[in-house]
Design a protein around this ligand. Structure first.
Ligand SMILES: C[S@@+](CC[C@H](N)C(=O)[O-])C[C@H]1O[C@@H](n2cnc3c(N)ncnc32)[C@H](O)[C@@H]1O
Length: 343
């Protein structure tokens, strides 16, 4: 959660089980993901109810005690050799870090779509999704404008030129889920839109919804961001909840490093990455980016010709309009959206 972490809702919950001797590959997926597990995993992590959940919160809360009391899922720290237990960034592993969770979840969403026309979960709620899309539009329009201001022959700003500017941004949404964020971005004027997700069910759902809602121009494809097959670079890369999910894998700390390496290859030079998270604060994301930058620079230091390179990602701006809360004397918001520019 961005800024403030809530205590567990049920103080009787058992501690995570002792370290396992193998990685998650040794944990049978069928043992991990039942319908109840999915609802509890979502409950234990998400803030969806605050922002307009489409799930039945009471039911999830009722399920939580029962299923978590029999849960023996290991914590992320059990697997990480590079973190000590006092790290405040530590987020416990959950089912939401596993592809099997998402495959089951989207299979259910697809059934609901076919039977009832439901779009499935809007992570962090529709208000956050709309805020992210509108804020991103302004950010990109401003960047396009300031680039044109450098070119004095072409600096007029009207809605026609803004639409033209936005259509020149090719956009990638990582872990797109049902793809509704891309639909919002299309409404904001972006037109070259691609969504990827490692769960095939998500991509089928997103494509169905886009076709139904009149956005059949959006491209969707199955792709794992940590092992991407994409060979294009994008001017704008969006992530809403995907790094959060990746960080919840039992090998989350390692996977997060893989994420930054992969994303640094997907964002075009001068392009923008917009991350929306509820498991990291803005400052934690800045720190994470800083350590990634340092890591890249330290490798480059060994290569004389590559030294004096700028940092890979630089902070640009963040959403300042999310409601804030105070908990335990600390003020924060439950979600953050931060933009970084790729050098
Ligand atoms: C919390 S959901 C967010 C979905 C969507 N971005 C939204 O805001 O509604 C996380 C998404 O990330 C996807 N995901 C997790 N790890 C991934 C990976 N390594 N590669 C691609 N997608 C991934 C999941 O399948 C899921 O759709």
């Amino acid at each position: 959660m961005a800024g403030v972490r809530w205590p567990p809702e049920d103080s009787d919950l058992p501690p995570p089980r002792p370290p396992a001797t193998a990685t998650t590959a040794a944990v049978p997926a069928e043992q991990l993901v039942s319908d109840d597990d999915r609802s509890v995993a979502a409950d234990s992590w998400s803030i969806k109810s605050e922002y307009g959940s489409t799930l039945d919160d009471d039911q999830r809360h009722a399920d939580a005690s029962e299923v978590l009391s029999i849960s023996n899922f290991p914590s992320a720290s059990d697997y990480s050799s590079d973190k000590d237990g006092s790290d405040s960034n530590e987020v416990e592993a959950s089912l939401l870090g596993l592809q099997s969770y998402w495959d089951s979840s989207y299979a259910e969403d697809l059934t609901n779509f076919h039977e009832h026309g439901h779009a499935g979960e809007i992570w962090f709620g529709s208000e956050v999704m709309e805020t992210v899309a509108a804020w991103t539009r302004t950010l990109c329009a401003d960047i396009s404008q300031s680039q044109k201001a450098g070119d004095s022959s072409n600096c007029k700003s009207d809605s026609d030129s803004t639409s033209k500017d936005l259509s020149s941004w090719n956009v990638l949404d990582l872990g797109t889920g049902n793809g509704l964020l891309l639909q919002q971005l299309a409404k904001q004027g972006f037109s070259d839109l691609t969504g990827t997700d490692y769960s095939e069910g998500a991509i089928v759902l997103a494509q169905n919804l886009a076709n139904r809602d009149g956005f059949s121009n959006i491209n969707f494809l199955v792709d794992d961001v940590l092992d991407t097959k994409l060979d294009r670079k994008f001017h704008l890369v969006m992530d809403k909840g995907t790094l959060d999910a990746i960080g919840l894998h039992p090998d989350g700390p390692v996977k997060r490093i893989m994420y930054w390496e992969s994303v640094s290859n997907l964002v075009a030079p001068g392009g923008i990455l917009v991350i929306t998270s509820c498991n990291s604060t803005k400052d934690e994301l800045l720190q994470e980016v800083e350590s990634f930058n340092q890591k890249v620079l330290s490798v480059q230091d060994m290569d004389q010709e590559a030294s004096n390179q700028p940092p890979v990602f630089q902070y640009v701006d963040h959403v300042r309009t999310y409601p804030t809360i105070i908990f335990g004397g600390a003020e924060g918001s439950r979600v953050c959206t931060v933009a970084f520019r790729r050098s």
